[in-house]
Write a new protein. Sequence first.
Length: 63
Amino acid sequence: MLPASTAVSVRDNTLVEGSLVECPQTLAAYFVVEASDLDHAVWIGRMIPVADGWVEVRPLLTA
């Protein structure tokens, strides 16, 4: 996995550069998806329903 500095977080449908992992909330789940690029992965991440929290999109591999 690449460093947290490569992450993009989606919270309340707003993009936030970087990771929110230092927040006190607990990790609920994770998904591994195949996307053509980071923008495509963020688009997929925005479709994940989140009641109270955020979705963090982070690349695992680069081409």
